[in-house]
Design a binder for this molecule. Structure first.
Ligand code: ADP
Length: 486
């Protein structure tokens, strides 16, 4: 089977969030099952061409916003694989991206509309051998959601590939004004779905993808069910319910070559399940030293993720810490150490920065994107906290499990599918500071006891490798092809 995987980011070339991890590992796992896979991403100027051996292979002209634009096509191979990667470049629309895929600005909508049109144009041209006779185009999130509708609206004699759309996050939909249609050279009246979408004076790119793809999936089974309910549907419930027979859930995997405590060069003392108990204290001490925390044996609870109050539960963490810091009697400083690593919403970053009283040796707020520190936190912490309000899949809890670090999570989305309450971690049900705090108390209660180490080892034994999920994707590709030809 010939597969084209299109995304806005891909590890190791460029990473903004979890989608980058998926794009860097799922295609590799599908290729390992004997399929021919090509990934297409934008060529942001942040991508180091020399480091990855990215070579210019082709260029073509395309109309966008009524101007002829040049699109360059460069090529590389994903390290340690036979996956071809094509990078589409254009100075005006594509080079500036790769910093934030969620801003929801006009320039970002233009960027990905441009990218989607360029992809359709390139596949249809038949000029790249990697993109001829494609069986399936695997689209990801709103960034590439316009591809199926653009395909349908441009005349072609060739048989369309099947289109699968994976939703990694329903809350980012690429909603933009109607000028996007002019830029793409299409009209609202061109088909019923566009006309209907345009009636309220905007275009929702993700919605277009949901309506026009042959099949849709989310990145955990539980989230696929949740998004059919109003609490999680982000306003798309009616449409998703209409397409329910084409909606599936496949949990993400982890690339265990990148996340392996036994070979991790970023951490003080690599370890296996057997050496966990002796290595953990070494990694804790190194983390404390690195972050200027007191060298004591209080449990370290950490958060790694985007500073995003609507999704990641930053509001709960902030309210909890603020209340406990204000209320001296809570004795929080005497009970735990807390580490936060994240970037995102500037207002919330500022609130978090201000939270840290000077010279605190129990609280470390790191407002940066730091891959190496992330590894050290997974290895050196005792608990990883993920109080997400909603979570399509979530990777930190799976990484934490593999590092023998117990996750404390809100029981939603992929968190519910991957963390087993009382067996490999701790789940709280209500989205509230009190429910989270009660669970933290319960988790800390067993800190460094036999029960703790037993759970940590059980977590390390869980298998969230891509192998199983890649097989499920392969089945879903086959199903999608059947839907497309029905
Ligand atoms: P998202 O909703 O951002 O896609 P995921 O849970 O799917 O969240 O994936 C987050 C990934 O990004 C994990 O690999 C996590 O370790 C990493 N990550 C998030 N924030 C940071 C940061 N500030 N520094 C380093 N890594 C980070």
């Amino acid at each position: 089977m010939k597969v084209v995987f299109a995304a806005s980011e891909m590890v190791p070339f460029i990473k903004i969030g979890g989608l980058g991890d998926v794009a860097g590992s799922l295609p590799k796992a599908v290729a390992a099952l004997g399929q021919e896979v090509t990934v297409v991403i934008p060529n942001y100027s942040l991508i180091d061409q020399a480091k990855w051996g990215i070579q210019r292979a082709h260029e073509f002209a395309m109309l966008f916003a009524a101007k002829e634009e040049t699109v360059t096509v460069s090529k590389a191979t994903l390290p340690e694989s036979n996956v071809a990667v094509l990078f589409l470049g254009n100075d005006q629309y594509l080079s500036g991206g790769g910093k934030d895929a969620f801003a929801g600005t006009v320039s970002e909508a233009d960027r990905f509309a441009f990218f989607s049109k360029a992809l359709v144009t390139l596949i249809k041209s038949g000029n790249m051998p990697e993109l001829t006779a494609v069986d399936i185009v695997h689209l990801n999130d709103w960034h590439t959601s316009m591809v199926p509708v653009l395909w349908k609206l441009t005349n072609t004699a060739s048989k369309p590939p099947a289109f699968l759309l994976s939703i990694h996050n329903l809350s980012y939909q690429g909603v933009t004004d109607l000028t996007i249609l002019d830029k793409l050279g299409i009209k609202a009246g061109d088909n019923d779905e566009l006309k209907w979408d345009a009636a309220n004076n905007d275009i929702d790119m993700l919605l277009q993808g949901i309506l026009h793809a042959d099949a849709i999936n989310t990145v955990s089974e539980n989230y696929a069910k949740e998004i059919l309910t109003d609490a999680f549907s982000e306003g798309l419930g009616e449409i998703l319910r209409r397409r329910q027979d084409r909606l599936f859930g496949i949990v993400n995997g982890i690339d265990y070559r990148l996340w392996d405590p036994s070979t991790d060069t970023a951490i003080a003392k690599p370890y296996t399940i057997e050496s966990l108990k002796t290595a953990k204290p070494v990694n804790r001490t190194a983390l404390q030293a690195n972050l200027g925390l007191a060298q004591d044996d209080k449990p370290i609870i950490s958060f790694i993720g985007r500073i995003e109050p609507k999704q990641k539960g930053i509001d709960l963490i902030y309210d909890w810490l603020k209340e406990r810091i204000r209320n001296q009697e809570s004795g929080i400083k005497e009970k735990i150490q807390f580490v936060l690593l994240g970037t995102g919403d500037k207002e919330w970053e500022e609130k978090l920065r201000k939270l840290v009283p000077s010279n605190e040796q129990w609280l470390s707020v790191n407002l940066a994107f730091d891959e190496k520190l992330a590894h050290q936190i997974y290895a050196g912490s005792d608990y990883i906290l993920m109080p997400s309000k909603f979570e399509p899949c979530g990777l930190p809890q799976m990484i934490a499990l593999h590092y023998g670090t117990l996750p404390i999570v809100h029981g939603v989305g992929g968190l519910k599918d991957t963390v087993l309450d009382g067996w490999t971690g701790f789940l709280f049900q209500d989205y509230s500071v009190s429910a989270m705090e009660a669970k933290i108390a319960q988790a800390v209660e067993i800190y460094n006891t036999d029960a703790y180490w037993k759970m940590a080892r059980q977590g390390m034994k869980q298998n969230f490798s891509w192998d199983a999920s890649a097989k499920k994707y392969l089945n879903l590709y086959k199903k999608t092809i059947q839907f497309a030809s029905a």
